[in-house]
Ligand binder design. Structure first.
Ligand SMILES: Nc1ncnc2c1ncn2[C@@H]1O[C@H](COP(=O)(O)OP(=O)(O)OP(=O)(O)O)[C@@H](O)[C@H]1O
Ligand SMILES: [Mg+2]
Length: 335
């Protein structure tokens, strides 16, 4: 079985083909960063228009790379939500039109479930049940995963997502977008002892996160320095990353204790963070799983794979074009 995956939920067009026997046989990614960076954030209408330009040529290219034709494709998976409504509609319209033309089933995939499942695309995946931390540009959620598609939300950010905080702090420090990799790079040259930033919501019980106050703390620190030097920026980046990573470590530890589970899966863009992986790996009492670096941020591969797991159970949508810009994971169709 070969499944095409189409990702268009935000500012990346991803197209991949997952083969039941050979795994990923094509995996293409195009980022719109150059289009949006001069506006300081994603412009939804421009994102939709660019997905229109890119998706079909990328599908042709993916077929070529995989050495197959449309006749070899058994099913089409696309991101149906959560995300930007216009961008999602582009992927959904293309997926459903191709499904009708090629006479194959199509299925709308939950973007965050796909992020999570990307961490299971390994020879030795975690076995259910486990605790998952989805930590990306738009989400920071701790889940108890008892089976595929059975998720209980344990805690989430009450304001900014962790990735969003990385991006906003990077902007404050005059760094590029996306901010996560930039902060991680500069933090390596920072003096860890110079600043200690707060670990939000860790001194009272609970599994929710908040990164908005930490962001303000960074801003105040920057404003207190007269002429900000490169070393100041590196020191602040280091203290900020330490605070986010430590907060996540504390909350994940609590979630594992509360559920009595001993496996932790981290996924989404921020799970690419080297320090986060190292610190969590050093903790005792649980096994840590994370996706390959290329599968942490948005990609078509995770959509193709998430689709494959549902198609083999016989799931498929009608040809109606429906997307869900907001879509709680506990509302997913059971397997
Ligand atoms: N090495 C890193 N360290 C920290 N953050 C990172 C790193 N690499 C990427 N990120 C962050 O990950 C985010 C992008 O991840 P992802 O593509 O999963 O998010 P998204 O698709 O925008 O949001 P969502 O998946 O919630 O809809 C950005 O905020 C980026 O700064
Ligand atoms: Mg994403």
């Amino acid at each position: 079985m070969k499944v095409i995956g189409i990702e268009t939920s935000c500012d990346e067009t991803g197209v991949a083909i997952y083969d039941a026997e050979d795994g990923l046989v094509a995996d293409l990614l195009y980022s719109q960063i150059d289009i949006h960076k001069r506006f300081g954030g994603v412009v939804p209408e421009m994102a939709s228009r660019d997905h229109i330009r890119k998706t079909l040529p990328m599908i042709s290219q993916a077929l070529e790379i995989a050495g197959c034709t449309k006749d070899d494709i058994d099913a089409i998976a696309y991101t149906a939500g959560p995300g930007l409504v216009g961008a999602l509609l582009v992927g959904a319209s293309i997926a459903k039109s191709l499904a009708m033309a090629w006479q194959v089933p199509a299925l709308g995939i939950h973007h965050m479930e796909a992020h999570l499942l990307a961490a299971t695309m390994t020879p030795e995946p975690p076995q259910y049940p486990f605790v998952a931390l989805l930590v990306s540009g738009g989400h920071t959620q701790l889940m108890e995963c008892t089976a595929h598609s059975q998720y209980t939300l344990l805690g989430e950010s009450v304001d900014d997502a962790a990735g969003e905080a990385f991006d906003k702090v990077a902007k404050m420090l005059g760094l590029g977008y996306p901010g996560g990799p930039e902060i991680a790079r500069l933090a390596e040259q920072g003096d860890r002892k110079r600043f200690t930033f707060p670990r939000p919501m860790t001194n009272k019980p609970g599994l929710n996160f908040s990164f908005s106050g930490l962001k303000t703390y960074v801003l105040n620190t920057v404003n207190d320095i007269e002429a900000v030097s490169e070393q100041d920026i590196a020191d602040i980046a280091c203290a900020f990353q330490d605070a986010v990573v430590d907060t996540i470590r504390i909350k994940c530890g609590r979630a594992l204790k509360q559920t009595g589970l001993n496996q932790l899966v981290i996924a989404g863009g921020v799970s690419a963070n080297k320090q986060l992986r190292e610190i969590l790996n050093r903790e005792n009492g649980f096994h840590l799983y994370y996706p390959a670096q290329s599968l942490c941020t948005d990609n078509g591969a995770m959509i193709a794979y998430a689709g494959y797991l549902r198609f083999i159970k016989g799931q498929a949508d009608t040809l109606d074009i429906n997307v869900r810009p907001r879509w709680p994971m506990n509302e997913l169709e059971a397997m």
